[in-house]
Design a protein around this ligand. Structure first.
Ligand code: B12
Length: 242
């Protein structure tokens, strides 16, 4: 086994020690040449996500891609509160700890990337496909081999070039799919035959305008309100564990 292959395997194993995490390696060049970078995004999505833009680590050629299980019965991971979600905070912590481990054990640098592409992140579904974690389904979501669409994704830049995964050929959930996601969408965002971004944005904007009570109170005793984003196209999908 080459040194690089061994490092990649150790890094993936270290990431998968965390509960509910699957990991893979993608080549940056493949991700930057992927379909999302070629697509023209219609409709504008504004967020107040609190993240800093940082320049990319020089000489990084690989991405560690993390998929975190986001079960249906733990909606809190997705609740948007004070500039972030609990799920994103957990993934940032895991990414940082893996970066520290990699430097300490192998003297290789790593850089956790922001969530948003505009702030220096990458298109994460493409990254997950090229890392071999799954495929993009009819609901326009990454279908992880184990958990289907019920995952949240993150990427960490890795110095140097590690051997990467491949889009899985033996996992083809799209074949013969009856597309229940398309009927489940409350906005009929798949009405035109494929995912319509402006229609979906409309729905998520209305979720934001209509926050729910989190069950927690702030220091003054007032209920903390959070955004509970729509997940119907995830929940309707028969692929993977709930
Ligand atoms: C902006 C954004 C939004 C916007 C716009 C979404 C959009 N798709 O355009 C809004 C707010 C509407 C939104 C909605 C949702 N989002 Co969103 N979103 C993002 C974000 C930040 C960027 C996505 C983007 O702009 N893509 C570019 C547009 C042009 O392309 P696209 O529609 O995604 O389609 C591309 C891919 O499907 C890809 N693709 C298709 N087939 C194939 C095949 C191969 C081989 C490859 C390599 C690629 C590929 O190419 C398409 C373009 O041609 C990502 C995080 C990130 N950094 O990637 C999260 C992300 C995609 N969202 C996520 C989620 C969960 C959601 C929602 C369910 C809401 C929620 N509860 O969070 C819905 C689902 C909508 C849907 N069915 O697609 C998750 C997806 C997890 C997963 N399993 O895939 C991500 C990865 C964030 C995360 N927390 O992990 N989102």
């Amino acid at each position: 086994m080459t040194q690089h292959r061994q490092l990649a395997e150790e890094l993936i194993a270290e990431a998968e020690k965390w509960d509910g995490i699957r990991a893979g390696i993608a080549a940056i060049d493949e991700v930057l040449g992927g379909p999302s970078y070629k697509a023209v995004a219609v409709g504008s999505w504004q967020t107040n996500h609190s993240e800093k833009t940082t320049p990319w680590l020089p000489n990084a050629r690989s991405l560690l891609v993390l998929a975190m299980h986001h079960p249906e019965d733990d909606p809190r991971l997705d609740w948007f509160d004070r500039g972030n979600t609990a799920g994103n905070r957990r993934m940032t912590k895991i990414s940082e700890e893996l970066g520290t481990w990699l430097f300490k054990t192998h003297n290789v640098r790593a850089q956790p990337l922001p969530y948003h592409v505009e702030k220096g992140g990458v298109y994460l579904k493409d990254a997950a496909v090229f890392a071999g974690l799954g495929v993009v389904g009819k609901n326009n979501l990454l279908l992880d081999r184990k958990w289907g669409p019920r995952v949240r994704l993150r990427a960490v830049l890795i110095e140097g070039r590690l051997p990467s995964g491949r889009p899985p050929e033996d996992f083809q959930p799209r074949q013969g799919c009856a597309m229940p996601c398309r009927k489940a969408c409350p906005e009929n965002a798949f009405g035109p035959g494929q995912y319509d971004r402006p229609t979906c944005i409309q729905r998520l904007n209305s979720d934001r305008d209509d926050p729910i009570e989190s069950g927690q109170k702030d220091s003054e005793g007032s209920p903390i309100l959070v955004t509970d984003w729509c997940r119907r196209c995830e929940f309707a999908c028969p692929v993977g564990e709930k």
